[in-house]
Write a protein of this length. Structure first.
Lengths: 339, 317
């Protein structure tokens, strides 16, 4: 499989470096950090600045990792935007409103994510409808169900939950007062997804799926099971972020997740994942997420008009797509000349 | 043949009389995702019982979200007109879009009742009354309250830049605080942070770190003060926190002493009064001689948080 080149990091030649999917995004990260380090000064480079962008990056990053896997496999997942509030609300209703054990509540919340993921995956594999449309559909359905059940059961669109000290410590505390524990969860997710994509055999399947679904199936890859698994992972990750937010802010709202839809896709694209699938890397997604978060928070430390941040994000996104194409062309040219 | 004619005639008469005697009203409202509108809806639902007991109907129409706000509202107005309603209760958030559509509706004899927003266009529209809070007065009251309780430099956080009611609130906060010798900085964050608690918390945190003279934050939505409370606790600060509107977490913080106050505009009353008074006007010809009727600001702080919590438990506050 020629796509295997994406998984290997051999040698230090320019061609190999440029061919890596995260090469362009790493340059972007360095430029953006340098820019805001100059503008924001010591405060941005110190603990307050790092905690600010890491806290943002952690939450969107946990969602972006499996969304990135899906995009590498040639699919999209819009439903994460409503899985976050759905899991949050489920946990808050089970453990906050009904007062049942918090572990049960978290289990139900994460279960909602897995279930939505399963439905997404099942529909994507059993129909010919594009996954964009399917997950928009499930997003609205889940949003409606969340609202309906929240109002029906709790009589309100925001439900309150006070976590116990142990739960708070693991899922919703701030270390050194500033660094949200979600950062460590992000690292853990990144390590697991890295293993899945770049070490385990399933990783090859994901690339193959995004390269050519038909050939992948013919080659004996269980494409349906793999797709359903990826959607369940993305549902789980979104649900996990919902639980993290609930334990941090102690309040479940029905409309908290919408910003995650575009933000996660942007992180993945800035990280060099090819929109058409078949190429990308976990390191790239992590870099893309960090870049996104640095720009988002950097503007508040730099004294610039906060709207400048949105402009920079937009420009970065376009630059990422353009440079992906540029790097790809360069890399292909280089490798053909060599080979 | 004869039977058919009689039947048709009866049906026409029945339709006409239904149009003439059953007062049907439409209540147009904001997004279902917006917790605030659940409280409005609770008021509308309670008023609907009274309307239905008197032979009328209430159709509650809401925008799906706030992304395409003006056009969505006009679509709902036209939908209500097409359904042949006798009255419309509506907030005017986007006057440029809504006023022409509502005037066209009024020309067809539909009675307009305003609630929640758009008090300044009431004369132009010819709406029979306005139930809501005066944004400027509410902000002014909040600014005075924080300044009188010791704030010297207040950060007024706008979650959707350019929204007229939010800008007016912060203008009120600014002038209220300045009348008591305090200073106000307005923070307008990008609109994509609206509803994003973590993003907002980090944005407010960086402002508090960047300017240590800030000793109070005023938020314009309850969830945004969840974010402020988080920002203040992250930096171990002592900043006072105030907010417009409330949720259970806000009241819990007021009870625990980690939030100073909330400005309540009592949305239950807005939904309840706009619906019931519009219907009473159509059915019984009643008019309230107080115009506009202000449902806020009512300030909730440690002194009265218990009664507010009781209302929250019943879904009305």
């Amino acid at each position: 499989m020629s796509l295997n080149t994406d998984r290997q990091s051999s040698g230090m030649s320019f061609g190999n470096l440029a061919r890596r999917p995260e090469a362009g995004s790493f340059v972007g990260l360095v430029l953006v950090y340098a820019f805001f380090a100059i503008m924001g000064g010591a405060v941005f480079m110190g603990a307050p600045g790092w905690s600010s962008w890491l806290n943002i990056a952690a939450e969107v990053g946990i969602v972006a990792l499996p969304v990135g896997l899906l995009m590498i496999a040639g699919e999209l997942d819009i439903s994460v935007g409503s899985v976050i509030p759905a899991s949050q609300m489920t946990t808050a209703i089970v453990s906050g409103y009904f007062g049942l054990p918090v572990l049960l509540g978290i289990g139900c919340g994460l279960g909602v994510g897995l279930l939505v993921g399963f439905v997404n995956g099942y529909l994507v594999t059993r129909t010919t409808i594009p996954s964009l449309i399917i997950t928009i559909g499930t997003m609205f359905a889940v949003m409606g169900l969340t609202l309906g059940f929240a109002v029906l059961i709790a009589g309100s669109t925001s439900v309150f939950l006070v976590p116990g000290p142990a739960t708070k410590l693991i899922l919703g505390t701030f270390l050194l007062g500033m660094f949200n524990v979600s950062i460590f969860w992000w690292v853990a997710f990144a390590v697991c997804v890295f293993y899945l994509l770049h070490v385990s055999p399933a990783g090859n399947w994901v690339f193959a799926l995004g390269g050519d679904r038909e050939s992948a199936r013919n080659a004996g890859i269980p494409t349906s099971r793999l797709t359903i698994g990826l959607y369940m992972l993305s549902g789980f990750a979104a649900a996990f972020v919902g639980v993290l937010q609930l334990m941090t802010y102690q309040n479940a709202q029905v409309a908290t997740g919408q910003s995650f839809i575009f933000n996660s896709i942007m992180c993945v694209v800035i990280g060099g994942v090819l929109l058409t699938g078949g190429s990308g890397s976990v390191i790239g997604i992590v870099i893309g997420t960090a870049t996104f978060a640095i720009v988002n928070q950097g503007v508040f430390f730099s004294g610039l008009d906060p709207n400048v941040g949105s402009v920079i994000i937009g420009v970065l996104l376009l630059a990422a797509v353009l440079s992906n194409d540029g790097f790809r062309a360069l890399a292909l040219k280089y490798s053909t000349r060599k080979g | 043949m004869n039977f058919a004619k009689t039947f048709a005639a009866t049906a026409v008469v029945a339709c006409l009389s239904a149009g003439a005697y059953a007062q049907d009203i439409a209540v147009i409202a904001g997004s279902i995702e917006d917790g605030f509108f659940n409280l409005i809806k609770k008021g509308v639902d309670d008023a609907t019982l009274m309307v239905e007991a008197n032979g009328g109907t209430v159709n509650y129409l809401r925008t799906p979200n706030y992304d395409n706000f003006g056009p969505d509202l006009v679509t709902l107005i036209n939908q209500a007109v097409a359904q042949g309603v006798d009255g419309i209760a509506i907030p005017v958030w986007v006057p440029e879009a809504e006023v022409p559509a509502l005037k066209a509706a009024a020309e067809q004899g539909i009675v307009i009742m305003q609630y929640n927003a758009g008090q300044e266009v009431q004369g132009d529209l010819g709406a029979i009354n306005y139930f809501g809070s005066d944004e400027y007065q509410a902000g002014y009251g909040g600014g005075v309250y924080l300044a009188e309780n010791g704030a010297k430099h207040i950060l007024c956080h706008i979650q959707v830049p350019g929204a007229i009611n939010l800008e007016t609130r912060c203008k009120g906060v600014t002038e209220g605080a300045e009348s008591k010798g305090a200073k106000v900085t307005t923070l307008r964050v990008p609109a994509n942070l609206d509803g994003d608690v973590t993003g907002t918390a980090e944005a407010i945190k960086s402002e508090l770190i960047g300017d240590t003279s800030i000793d109070a934050v005023m938020n314009l939505a309850a969830w945004a003060s969840d974010a402020s409370a988080n920002a203040v606790s992250q930096i171990g600060g002592k900043q006072m926190i105030g907010t417009f509107d409330m949720n259970p977490a806000v009241l819990e913080r007021i009870q625990a002493g980690t939030q100073t106050m909330a400005i309540d505009q009592q949305p239950y009353l807005q939904g309840f009064l706009a619906t019931s008074m519009l219907f009473a006007h159509l059915k019984f010809g009643t008019n309230i001689s107080t115009n506009p009727v202000l449902t806020g600001p009512a300030i909730v702080d440690a002194s009265n948080v218990e009664s507010a919590l009781a209302g929250v438990a019943l879904g009305a506050r």
